[in-house]
Write a protein that binds this ligand. Structure first.
Ligand code: A2P
Length: 344
């Protein structure tokens, strides 16, 4: 294969770091589904799961311990093992000559690290030639910018007000188990144990994702605000309220957008219908709109409930749904890896 970033080869040496986690497992599924050109595959995680076996395309791989793993000879490493792990180990992989696509928030806002959504800013990837670290954005941010970019290209966006309804899978495999366990316990009349999330999530809605900052926003909200501006390369005012809901897979977002000029719902609908990576489901007559339950397991960003905001000129409401583990994390990372191995 011809690549602008890596030596030309038929297939590349790939590592998945965090291979036993919710995102890591989905990365493996997507690498297989999309037939990514892999020569050697290495699966890496913590010492807790080192030595265990994970299947890929019918073959078993023994999980390696990240602490002692030598990245020499790797071309691409997909990291999804937490921010601290990325801060410590991504530079070591990059120095060994490997491109790191990092799903954590550790590197996203570094000035010399690119933050890439292939449908939105593929050109930003060229920055990675210098340091070989590429940041994969926050899950809620990815699906929002995929929906906003085609509209912004037609009429620049001035302001975005977003409220999210985020699935527990965004907090990892243990949070998925926590929702299941709490639901089971409560239905049996037992107490629900809270471990991973800041409050009980079963039969509840939690207006906190990640930790609070001094200004009263949470870190998740700050990520959406800062990352949107970096990816869109535009001075857009963004404010966010991020909320955890008792859903396993699929983040939903209510997005209110104010443009610098007129933008009708019909124009937005047709721009989005033609946009890469977007599917419009929007028919009030038949009560058709995107649902997390239907977006789970799919690749597109689904947009519906497109309507003009009666309270404010040049403004629209959108309802944006995507599988947070796929497009919000694993799929976006694999798409970045595909850009790395393809010729521009
Ligand atoms: P492990 O299974 O060994 O704990 P999730 O987001 O679903 O919780 O998954 C987190 C992933 O990151 C898992 O694969 C986990 O591996 C991995 N991980 C967590 N901490 C470390 C670490 N310090 N070093 C390497 N891998 C880690």
């Amino acid at each position: 294969m011809m690549s602008d970033y890596l030596p030309n080869k038929d297939a590349y040496n790939v590592a998945v770091v965090g291979a036993t986690g919710a995102v890591g497992q989905t990365m493996l599924e997507i690498l297989a589904e999309r037939n990514f050109p892999i020569a050697d595959l290495v699966l890496v995680a913590s010492s807790r799961s080192a030595g265990s076996r994970v299947e890929f395309k019918g073959r078993e791989y023994v999980v390696q311990d990240l602490e002692t793993f030598d990245p020499a000879g790797l071309d691409i490493a997909l990291f999804s093992a937490g921010g601290g792990t990325s801060l410590k180990h991504a530079p070591r992989f990059a120095e060994a000559g490997c491109y790191v696509v990092d799903n954590s928030s550790a590197w996203r806002m570094h000035d010399d690290v690119c933050l890439v959504v292939p449908e939105v800013n593929p050109h930003a990837l060229s920055m990675a030639r210098a340091n070989r670290i590429i940041a994969n954005p926050n899950c809620s941010t990815i699906q929002m910018v995929v929906a906003l970019k085609p509209l912004h290209d037609a009429v620049p966006i001035k302001r975005v007000v977003v409220s999210t309804y985020q699935a527990v899978s965004g907090a990892g495999g243990k949070a998925i188990e926590e929702l299941a366990e709490q639901t089971r316990s409560l239905l049996l009349g037992n107490e629900a144990k809270v471990n991973m999330l800041p409050a009980r999530i079963a039969f509840n809605v939690i207006p906190q994702i990640d930790v609070f900052m001094e200004d009263g926003y949470t870190k998740e909200e700050r990520k959406m605000m800062d990352e949107t501006r970096k990816i869109m390369e535009a001075d857009i005012a963004v404010t966010a309220t991020t909320v955890r809901v008792p859903v396993f897979y699929g983040h939903s977002e209510s997005v209110n957008v104010t443009f610098t000029g007129p933008m009708t719902a019909d124009t937005a609908r047709s721009l989005l219908a033609d946009a890469e990576g977007v599917c419009v489901v929007d028919d009030p007559a038949t009560a058709d709109y995107p649902l997390a339950s239907e977006a789970g397991g799919t690749d597109p960003v689904w947009v519906g409930r497109i309507r003009e905001d009666k309270s404010c000129p040049d403004s629209l409401h959108l309802w944006v749904v995507a599988d947070n583990v796929r497009k919000g994390a694993a799929l976006n990372a694999v798409q970045i890896a595909e850009l790395l191995v393809s010729e521009h």
